[in-house]
Ligand binder design. Structure first.
Ligand code: ARG
Length: 568
């Protein structure tokens, strides 16, 4: 569709040049004005003439009428004026022929790009806090982050995924104290994170009655900072146990990180930052703490050192950004976190700017809204959390039950149930704009008849089944009926949908596109016989449409981290 749009605009410009050579319009502007009419009956594309009116000193309907006269453009069967609009009809058979070539004829997937070639993007996402639960609040950063990674790869960038684990901070003091008081090695080895979280929650309960526990925890963390070997070993152990478990969840999502460089990794890289801030006169003392004053930028100060000289979350982020720039020479570094951290990122991005790091402009914070489950808010400290792994396990179990009913004979049942269950959760999550607060209802996510992951996967499996049954036929591109052409047009929208999703950091545009594609395909499939079509030509064309749907739907699902088994 992108190519056709640019052909139309060229043709319009040619006509404008004839009537008024100094009209001052250019292709980049006019292409923005092209619209998809709300009703297919009006046309496939429309060009509103309002904005030409002033420069041409003519009423829009007159402009439309004069442009329509002898309008010539490759790929356009008819151009017709309707009031202030110039409506276009696409030459259906030619359009599909070309599209089929684009979708099936190249090594690179349709819609993918080379814009990013030679450029590197670092993506910082998921990043749970060790010793605290990996709960459904992390679903957003994990799946939006990974999907952005896939999207950048699709656009040709080299991508580096970093898990900026929260592996440093006072919670380790708390955990150490709790472990020493109530913990037990076997239990931690056996139950892993669950046991660590149990200890962490117990700490908070007991500390309500005995506030002195907090002092003990602080002291323990200070010992860790000073390298106390016993506490350091415990700390390392807590982290290893946690990473092993995170990896199980990541595996279900097909996620692999290039680095697990958590916050502690930057400990020895922070003194240089503090030094530089001092040298550049950016550090001020505030009640014993060191801060960068950001008042003139309308923000509270960025905290660099606590009164006791220990570093803070922003200090580590600044050191990490400098390290990444030096190490990977990124063109862009993307951070995906909840919207609650917007100020944090705005603050330390500003500090880097003040430090004179021009590349602060290449740092991008991608925030997202909150998640509740069945209408309930979740909180870590009270233990009212739903772990991501439990949510996935429940989804997989439910998916398996549904599938047992639908298709009891299916081979590889467990893997498919995992793909369907986990896919349902991810798809549901990525259906809404990322800034929207989401209420998660598992039954809705798993509804095979709703606008869900299973529905999209089921549609994909249907295309696979048809392709498998179809004997190799010659390709044919005949005049298309309305259902065939509606599907063709939807397929052709994939590249521009991808562009929009990439530039807005918005995977949900792709999820919703996948639903549109499934809807167009299922309407087509319902109304048009494929394997038993009227004649060979029609059959060949329809099989070609199924093949295109199969490829594009696979790409869309892969971009949003949803697996697509061939059979469900
Ligand atoms: N561990 C943090 C949290 O769970 C997220 C880290 C995000 N990345 C960063 N570079 N600050 O809130």
């Amino acid at each position: 569709m992108k190519e056709l749009k640019s052909n139309i605009v060229k043709a319009i410009l040619k006509k404008l040049d004839m009537v008024k050579p100094d009209h001052g319009f250019h292709a980049g502007e006019l292409i923005q004005y092209l619209e998809y009419p709300p009703d297919d009956k009006m046309g496939d594309l429309a060009f509103p003439c309002f904005r030409l009116s002033k420069a041409l000193r003519k009423a829009p309907p007159m402009i439309a009428a004069s442009l329509a006269e002898d309008f010539l453009c490759e790929g356009i069967a008819k151009a017709e004026a309707a009031g202030p609009y110039l409506n276009f009809r696409i030459d259906r058979a030619a359009f599909f022929k070309r599209l089929y070539g684009d979708i099936t004829g190249s090594d690179r997937p349709y819609g993918s790009k080379t814009d990013g070639e030679g450029k590197t993007v670092v993506l910082d996402y998921s990043s749970p806090n060790v010793a605290k639960p990996f709960h459904i609040g992390h679903l957003g950063t994990t799946v939006i982050g990974h999907s952005l990674k896939k999207m950048h790869e699709f656009a040709g960038y080299k991508c580096i995924g970093v898990n900026h684990l929260g592996d440093w901070g006072t919670q380790f003091g708390k955990l150490t104290v709790a472990y020493r008081k109530w913990g037990d090695k076997e239990a931690v080895e056996e139950k892993g994170i669950d046991e660590l979280v149990r200890l962490y929650v117990r700490f908070h309960e007991e500390a309500k009655e005995r506030p002195e526990l907090e002092d003990e925890a602080r002291a323990a963390f200070t010992s860790l900072e000073h390298g106390d070997p016993e506490i350091t070993a415990l700390w390392r152990w807590f982290i290893d146990i946690s990473i092993t478990e995170y990896k199980k969840t990541y595996k279900q999502l097909d996620i692999e990180f290039d680095y697990y460089t958590g916050e502690s990794f930057y400990t020895d890289k922070m003194p240089a930052v503090v030094e530089e801030l001092k040298e550049k006169g950016l550090l001020t003392l505030d009640d014993g703490a060191s801060i960068v004053d950001l008042e003139q930028y309308g923000m509270p100060p960025c905290l660099i050192l606590k009164r006791d000289g220990s570093t803070l979350y922003p200090t580590r982020d600044i050191a990490a950004a400098i390290y990444r720039k030096n190490t990977f020479d990124f063109d862009k570094c993307i951070y995906v976190t909840s919207a609650g951290q917007c100020l944090h990122f705005a603050q330390w991005f500003k500090v880097l700017e003040l430090m004179g790091r021009e590349w602060y402009k290449d740092l991008v914070h991608v925030p997202y809204g909150t998640v509740s489950l069945n209408g309930e808010k979740l909180a870590t400290r009270t233990g009212n959390v739903v772990l991501l792994k439990d949510l996935f396990a429940e989804a997989i179990e439910k998916a398996a039950d549904i599938m047992k009913e639908k298709n009891p004979e299916l081979a590889g049942k467990h893997e498919v149930a995992e793909a369907v269950g986990v896919g349902a959760v991810v798809f549901y999550y990525l259906s809404s704009n990322r800034m929207r607060d989401i209420n998660f209802v598992l039954e809705d996510a798993l509804n095979f008849d709703g606008n869900t992951g299973p529905y999209a996967q089921y549609t994909y499996a249907r295309t696979c089944a048809i392709i498998k049954k179809a004997e190799q036929t010659e390709e044919a591109f005949t005049e298309q009926n309305d259902d065939e052409f509606a599907l063709t047009k939807t397929l052709a929208l994939f590249p521009e949908t991808f562009d929009a999703a990439l530039s807005a950091y918005e995977p949900s545009l792709i999820t919703r596109y996948a639903l549109d594609l499934c809807a167009a395909f299922n309407r087509f499939y319902h109304n048009c016989k494929v394997l038993t079509a009227e004649d060979e030509q029609t059959k060949a064309q329809r099989i070609a449409l199924v093949k295109c749907t199969n490829k594009v739907l696979a790409s869309a699902l892969e971009l949003i981290c949803v697996k697509h088994p061939e059979k469900i």
